[in-house]
Design a binder for this molecule. Sequence first.
Ligand code: PLP
Length: 486
Amino acid sequence: MQYASTRGHTASQNFSEILLGGLAPDGGLYLPVSYPQISADELNIWRGLSYAQLAFEVLKKFATDIPEADLKSIVERTYTADVYCNVRKDEEAAQITPLRVLQEDHGGKLILQALSNGPTLAFKDMAMQLLGNLFEYTLARQHAELNIFGATSGDTGSAAEYAMRGKKGIRVFMLSPHRKMSAFQTAQMFSLQDPNIFNIAVEGVFDDCQDMVKAVSNDLEFKQRQKIGTVNSINWARVVAQVVYYIRGYLSATTSNDQKVSFTVPSGNFGNICAGHIARMMGVPIHKLVVATNENDVLDEFFRTGVYRVRKSAETWHTTSPSMDISKASNFERFIFDLLGGDSARVAALFRKVETEGGFDLSGKPGSDGDEFAKVARFGFESGKSVHTDRLQTIRHAEQKYGITIDTHTADGIKVALEHLEAGVPMIVLETALPAKFNETIREALERDAQRPAGFENIEALPQRFVVMPANVDQMKAYIASNTGL
Ligand SMILES: *Cc1c(COP(=O)(O)O)cnc(C)c1O
């Protein structure tokens, strides 16, 4: 399987080559030159597989350059009940992403698929844990090492650290705004004592951290010498790892291949739902893919109007579902490539326009950039939006009607899913985090604390390992160099 850029850069690459890189040299995102297909026979056989077995079958279609026996062992080490153990009932651990029916009628069946039973209690573990093992394997084969450098305001940084801790050939340097994360999130990251994990609390806000990552990334000489890489959401292996749970969800919610299901996905950077789109393109009988946004509704606006308009930082709101607080959706270009029928010259022109004019318009209106918005329905996409008061109401509704406590992002998903229910087509909502991570809002909605999974009770009291640094790029570079010895 070969991969090429959405903007047309033609030198195609294999899976291992794009695994450790970020953007393609022309600024585009990598996609396979064609989507591998899943036959009806395969789907039938896959119904009986464990999560790890299924992940192997899916991944081997994409990672054709990794010997099958090696891939199998990587996947089997990744998707184990020991790693995905933060479940509500013990028998659910073996399922990795257990499904729970919330309602059978009232306009349609509603199902919750749990994706947050991994070490950091959010769905990002599903992909990041695999990435950690794939990185370690690939680096060992190349006798290479990698220093991951990134900024986080919460979920991504901790998922990356828990995936890379103790891995040979890998160090993680993670910036976070000093004293700006929740006590729980800070404790989760800073309590890691592994010598290959470096937590750097920057005296500034999240934007200062991101500016420092950009400044370091723009220094190509430093980047090369220090072997700097990233693990952001455009990473192709992360997207592929997520395709697996859409297929698992489909198979668990149906009994035969003539049945369809829909998914609603709490969305920010479009990474999660992009995997649903790919599962659908591979032939999984998915009816609708519903994008749920919070107040930062860039994607809802596009799927309602055909206008993609990225937001300035002053228009990017800090909300109570913070992992969806985005100004632009970094994976969206992959879907636009398919929407435009693979016309990479037009993709390149549209995303240049995003940089120069802040967006593009595919509504087909006079003066717009195209009329492809009319084709969005063919890809199953719909959307909806949820705001703070909706979240509070939905968290209460879930407690009263379904007897469960949900986190704020999942609440955005359920709110929007309820607006898109259809009789005869089960609607699966992807749970993206556990409520313990966002306890402040749980207290506001329910006037009590969210339950913490076993082992997290006293996490704030654990010893913490981090350094505090001013937002100074030279000092940062010196710190990295002194710890890598490169
Ligand atoms: C990252 C994240 C999201 C958004 O996912 P995208 O892939 O960026 O669309 C939603 N909920 C939670 C809890 C997250 O951590």
